[in-house]
Design a binder for this molecule. Structure first.
Ligand code: NAP
Length: 243
């Protein structure tokens, strides 16, 4: 029996660590990122794609469709994990291109992939799950992160709407969003590399790292996947590792 799992942003950080765990569990993986993905095996399919580009969504969906073409599927999941915090600066300094890229990756790609996943799995009888990686930034207003905050808030609300829709289905897909905490990844390096002018809360994030208060990516991956195994998840809800 095959458990098929699509993970975006699998080249490093949280996505890479989740992919490693699922690979060790023998799942069939479709892994997506722009950069090299260093996980390989007979059950691992990789797709080099820039998810801020609309053509990339079609490519990913084509590969997904081919992998669905089996008669022994036990479960199918989509982990929308790819993300970027940039642009980090005040709104008046963000160009139209900055906005387009940030929203395309952090929000549009999540929506497009979720829609494509639901359409292509609608008639399957096996469990179907979508996990959208969110952030505390979806609800807290960080100065300098307007695009990231707006996109993550959009992801949460998209998830709520689709969760309500799925409740009307005979075999509903579970869709939830999850804020995984502050994780020691490249994204946090990027945040610490900004200027206090562009990001007034910089000192707090520098301090979190200095005091060893960031969660390692492998621990966060374990926690995130454990979360997804819970059988009490409410369709459409936003969850946060901290609460
Ligand atoms: N780190 C934190 O403290 C934290 C906190 C809350 C939520 N999160 C969320 O957790 C998720 C993972 O972040 P992370 O901390 O693991 O960040 P990361 O280490 O920077 O990894 C981001 C991943 O997304 C991929 N990605 C970025 N831009 C992409 C694009 N245009 N097309 C395709 N893939 C792209 C990257 O691969 P390539 O560059 O190779 O494309 C990489 O695999 C994100 O959704 C983030 O918002 C992180």
């Amino acid at each position: 029996m095959i458990d098929l799992c699509v993970i975006t942003g699998a080249s490093r950080g949280l996505g890479y660590e989740m992919a490693k765990i699922l690979h060790a569990q023998g799942k069939t993986l479709l892994l997506i990122a722009r950069g090299e993905i260093s996980i390989a095996g007979p059950n691992v399919f990789t797709c080099e794609a820039d998810l801020s580009k609309i053509e990339a969504i079609a490519t990913v969906m084509q590969m997904f469709e081919q992998l669905l073409d089996v008669n022994n599927l036990r479960s199918v999941s989509l982990l929308n994990n790819a993300g970027a915090v940039e642009p980090i600066t005040f709104a008046e300094k963000c160009s139209a291109t900055d906005t387009f890229n940030a929203i395309s990756l952090n929000l549009s790609a999540v929506i497009q992939l979720s829609c494509g996943f639901l359409e292509r799995t609608n008639n399957l009888a096996c469990p179907r799950k979508i996990l959208n990686i969110s952030s505390g930034a979806a609800t807290s207003a960080y100065r300098g992160w307007s695009h990231y905050c707006a996109a993550k808030a959009g992801v949460d609300h998209f998830t709520r709407c689709v969760g309500e829709e799925q409740k009307l289905h005979r075999n509903p897909a579970l869709i939830v969003s999850f804020a995984p905490g502050v994780i020691d990844t490249q994204m946090q390096n990027t945040i610490r590399d900004t200027s206090v002018t562009d990001f007034p809360d910089l000192a707090r994030f520098v301090e979190l790292k200095r005091q060893g208060n960031l969660v390692s990516a492998d621990v966060a991956a374990k926690q995130t996947l454990q979360f997804l195994q819970r059988d009490d998840l409410d369709n459409g809800q936003k969850y946060d590792i901290r609460y």
